[in-house]
Design a binder for this molecule. Structure first.
Ligand code: FES
Length: 136
């Protein structure tokens, strides 16, 4: 079956920094506006399936090293991380890659913006996506 597109919301109602959780069929999907880019992931952590898309979103702290690889300070980068509320695994919000091990990723979900409207693509859904509350 070809994926179908389901309307999420107008892009004007989803500014930078926004998060929405929608249910598509039996699957919960987190949709995020990361610096103007819209990304979506299944709400299942790669560790033990926790509700990662309900986790905290933090600016990434980057340690500054000297030539001997000693920590001499640190700073916040513009990258944002999504922290799973169960055991704290962290993912790059834009790419879905795990910070500690980039070979591990969240499951991306196809999302498109067309004519000012955000759509999520899914193989099967019993109804239009329903917005579910995001709690930490
Ligand atoms: S289930 Fe997400 S960190 Fe363990």
């Amino acid at each position: 079956m070809d994926p179908r597109e389901y309307t999420v919301c107008p892009i004007t109602e989803f500014p930078e920094g926004s998060r929405l959780l929608v249910r598509v069929g039996d699957e919960e999907v987190g949709i995020f506006n990361v610096g103007g880019q819209i990304v979506a992931y299944k709400n299942r952590c790669a560790h033990q399936g926790g509700p990662v898309c309900r986790g905290r979103i933090l600016g990434r702290w980057v340690e500054d090293l000297n030539s001997a690889k000693e920590v001499i300070g640190g700073h916040h980068s513009s990258d944002m991380d999504l922290v799973c509320p169960w055991h704290g695994w962290e993912y790059d919000l834009l790419t879905g890659k795990n910070i500690a091990d980039p070979s591990i990723s969240l499951k991306a979900v196809d999302v498109v913006v067309r004519d000012g409207v955000i759509y999520v693509r899914a193989e099967s859904a019993t109804r239009t996506p329903e917005v579910v509350p995001a709690h930490e």
